[in-house]
Design a protein. Sequence first.
Lengths: 495, 246
Amino acid sequence: MISTFFDHELKAFWRSKNTGKSIAVKVVMGLLLLYLFVCVLLIGLFLDKVLMATPPNVDVIVKFCGTILIYFLADLLMRLQLQELPTLKVQPYLHLSVKRNTVVGYLALTAMLSFFNLWPIVIFGPFIIKVILPAHGAVTALVFLFSVIALSVFNNYLALYIKRKANINGWIFLIAGVVLGLLLCGDFVWHLYSLRSASYFFFGNLIGKPYLVLIPLILAGAMFYLNFYYLKDNLYLEELGSKKVSAYKSSSEIPLLNRYGHIGDLVANEIKLILRNKRPRSALIMGLFLMLYGLIFYTNPQYSVGMKNAFAVFAGMFMTGIFIINYGQFMYSWQASHFDGILVSKVKFTDFLRAKFFLFTVVSTVAFLLTIPYIYFGWQIVLTHFVMYLWNLGVNTTIVLYFANRNYKRIDLSKGASFNWEGVGSTQLLLSIPLLILPFAIYLPFKFVNYPNVGLAVMAILGVVFVLTREFWIKKLEEDFYKKRYKIAEGFRNK
Amino acid sequence: MIEIKNLKKIYNGVTVVNVPHLQINKGESIGLVGNNGAGKTTLFRMILDLIRAESGEVLSNGVNVAGAEAWKSYTSSYLDEGFLIDYLTPEEYLYFIGGLHQQNKAQVDEKLAGLAEFFNGEIINKGKYIRDLSKGNQCKVGVGACLLQQPELLMLDEPFANIDPSTQFRLKNILKDQNKNHGVTTIVSSHDLNHVTDVCERILLMEKGVVIKDIATSSSTLSELEEYFGVGQSIASYSVDKEENH
């Protein structure tokens, strides 16, 4: 039975519309994953060198033993953020004559299929073979390997257990996060205790007393069975799903937007779309974090003032335009689920486009205002940000909407944004080319002949010209849309 | 109101809709029936300019709907949940739709008060987003939004499918009232032959994309349709067809 489940799982994966139809996307994603894997593997292979490079100067095995526990605490924190619950996949089998144990066992086992379970082995495995095997023999190496795998399994099920509990009560998630944070802070910030010595206490003893491996193994087994029985007792749709019990949802208005008529209404709807759905909301939050992006360049003492100003072009474009890039690249997919409704409603497409420009303007303006504190690093930097803000409003919005007419992929708004490739297609790859290259194609030539300010001025003028000629571009975009709308609507209807 | 000329839609080499000519006059109430895959929804979508016809055209008040905007101001429709903005509350959605037709909140509230019986206290101020409503209640929101627009042409695709019996009766009365007292042209598709013969004065029967029957509803219509849909009756019913065809 389990093999049938796995067969279905594989089919679900390969036949999923989100797997990415175009080979180009698959290849790029494959390369990215391979790159990530190689990076982690390199860390694993040279872990002894890495550990030796850090203070204090003690034996590498002592350091290694001290690191493991810290790794798994951080790992748990990451899992809580990123690991997905394998959930409603079992729904079609619940009413069939399949034993509950089989269904639950399958759910529990597939939970192991996560990249998080691969990393510990890739990171610690090479070290164990390279250093511990020659120093302490095969038995010790083996118990180390088993301990690492067992802790990984333990973490895996603990994270899922907390996540499942958190579905019923959101506070649990917060409490778990805070406890983990405090545990880490207790060592690294307040120095109340040392996680390193706690970790070494166990793993150091493991070298002499291999039977201690039973502790992580028992922990892992206990956590697995805790999950297993919890699932078995709660094998109901509402508890398996990631859908929380919903609170009262009140209607709300965004008062300022009322003044702008239809367009204001459309913008208000789109703001609600962003705030009330998981994926666009996380896109917005990521954008907020990116406001700190400039610090990477501006605080680096090695860069000269001229260099920093050049980097401000890059950083300024992302900081003031991240929303346009991040949210705009999936335009109109966000509205895929009700696109038919928009097409038959009395919304003029020009108004629809104006609302998009309006939204971009509002969010970019807020983003620009947030970057003003960078004036600490010199007024030139904020000036450059302002030029990039104009560029974003004028040129990048138009480019993004031009590509929006070529985007036919539906997006499910309720899924998270991290590692979510739904809606990603060749359009997004193509879009990134003009977005990333155009500003530099204009700026860098001026920079090389030592007139960077002329370059900035040209970009500012271009930005303003595009803003002023916006109606013209809206007309062009509308004409273009009318040629493509059937294909867009068709694509959005394909669930 | 609606005139269809040589309309054809082909998917993967299969003709799913093929209507050489069809005239729907102002004030008519049309019932569209046919088995799954007969092309009802596809026909609806082409009338609403949601999919491209391979050939032919749909004229709404004499103007081709493809690429035009004018028909949107007097046509309201609900085909499926894809017509609703699912992250809004029903009130927000209805105010939005009202706003598109230059109605302020007070006017919308007034109209919604008239729909209170139809909504049956399950829609307004329930503190739920549309996506959290059941399919039946979503259908009520969709139909409510249609009525709010005071259309001249009302198109509903299988509105009876998910709603409870009480709401079915209320919807039938609303449709009759809209048609008789407000002169609204209604086009409704349904699998429920009782409902459709009750509400509609003219029945179009589709099979494999073709309108094979176009009959004015009479006392014998229901049995005639039941005969067609009854298993193994298709050949016999064709011969009757010729005489009664208009």
